[in-house]
Design a binder for this molecule. Structure first.
Ligand SMILES: Cc1ncc(COP(=O)(O)O)c(C=O)c1O
Length: 397
């Protein structure tokens, strides 16, 4: 028999966050003391999900709600998501889909939209799932660059200049992964205006919307207009500390007459994949409507960890870090002669500190970055940044 050849479409599928893990595991096996600053999973550090969520799922399982659920999700969870969206002032809600993480919602909503050769405006840097899904659909990434000199804000003129006849949508990740930027209301209004003028649908990824630091008031993009189709992605993975539950959702809002065919198209796929995990959907109402006291605790810890990250990185002349305002990622610039990918690999080999290279998230040509997850506790972070400092001193001084 001949070797089984994979489809060429997988060539463009990259997920740098997990790609560094192979090397990290090899180094770990050699006995090196490791500091993992690469995976955005709060659960593996000192953050825990609220107990009442676990109890709700356990109860559902004991009551044998272990079969398939309705395809768009259980009514209880959809209603809780709707109430939460209404509290965030999202109007004209046309559909709510409960999915296997926000990831599945993203995949379903892009797949239901795009013909091969069409393109979507994606933030660079941004979360790499979007470009992988586009690769699978033979659709194109239309990159727009976030502006590091303006606290990683969106550059509206740059975005508009990239719209062409094959552009169908703009993705906004707010708070952003990997920069931690939160976009001002005025910027979001300008994006909405672009979508309105160019007949585009907006995808607003708000998975970090509760992890907002410095007392910033968060605005959900869909709360700012009634007349432009917007899909808002969110889920339990980050703010409710259960990424392993794989529960997320899409909220589709905007004028019914513009959205009816699209919603039916997406729902065809939703039905074909049967349902999201059933018993864990019972965590949604418990999460959104139960006690929220874990969130201020989480924010207080993240603020300290963010502050250590920014100050220790900015103490090194090879780094410049714009302070992240939300999520739990920092995305410092690197001023080094090497490629960021080589820097990351050598850092793992020599120090056991695992980060992800900026080229895995998309970055302006000629710039170099690292993504750092600042979820670990202060002691581990200080140890990791101390090791980075020794590494750059030895390598460049
Ligand atoms: C911006 C962004 N969107 C979506 C996801 C995926 O979330 P989920 O675990 O709900 O699939 C992540 C995970 O890191 C993310 O950073």
């Amino acid at each position: 028999m001949q070797a089984i050849i994979p489809a060429s479409r997988v060539e463009n599928i990259r997920y740098a966050i997990r790609e560094v893990v192979g090397l990290a595991n090899e180094v770990k096996a050699s006995g090196m003391d490791m500091c993992f600053l690469n995976i955005g999973d709060p659960n593996i550090f000192d953050f825990q999900p609220p107990k009442h969520m676990i109890e709700a799922v356990y109860k559902a399982m004991l009551e044998n709600r272990n079969g398939y659920s309705p395809s768009p999700g259980i009514e209880e969870a959809r209603a809780a998501v709707r109430r939460q969206a209404e509290r965030s002032k999202i109007r004209n809600i046309r559909d709510i889909l409960i999915t296997q993480g926000a990831s599945e919602a993203i995949e379903l909503c892009l797949t239901g939209l795009l013909e091969p050769g069409q393109n979507v405006l994606l933030p660079q840097p941004g979360y790499p799932l979007y470009s992988s899904v586009l690769a699978k659909l033979n659709a194109e990434v239309n990159p727009y660059y976030l502006n590091e000199d303006d606290d990683w804000n969106l550059d509206i003129a740059d975005i508009e200049s990239r719209i062409n006849e094959k552009t169908r949508a703009i993705v906004v990740i707010n708070p952003n992964n990997p920069t931690g930027a939160i976009y001002p209301k005025e910027t979001l209004m300008q994006i909405i205006e672009l979508a309105r003028r160019h007949n585009l649908i907006l995808f607003s990824d708000e998975i970090y919307d509760k992890l907002v630091l410095d007392g910033i008031e968060y605005t959900s993009m869909a709360s700012l207009c009634d007349d432009v189709p917007i899909v808002t992605f969110n889920g339990l993975s980050k703010s409710y500390v259960v990424p392993g539950f794989r529960i997320g959702w899409a909220i589709i809002s905007g004028p019914a007459e513009l959205l009816a065919h699209y919603i039916e198209g997406v729902n065809k796929m939703v039905r074909a994949r049967l349902s999201a995990n059933h018993p864990v959907q019972y965590a949604v109402k418990a999460a959104l409507e139960g006690p929220q006291d874990h969130i201020p605790r989480m924010l207080a810890a993240l603020k300290k960890r963010r502050d250590i990250t920014v100050s220790m990185l900015n103490d090194m002349e090879e780094f410049h870090c714009v302070p992240p305002r939300g999520a739990f990622y920092a995305y410092p610039s690197l001023f080094i002669p090497d490629k960021d990918e080589d820097f990351v690999k050598d850092l793992i080999r020599e120090t056991g500190v695992v980060t992800v290279h900026g080229s895995g998230f998309g970055q302006k040509p000629g710039t170099k970055h690292l993504r750092i997850v600042f979820l670990p506790d202060e002691k581990l972070l200080e140890r990791a940044y101390g090791k980075i400092r020794n590494f750059v001193r030895k390598r460049y001084h």
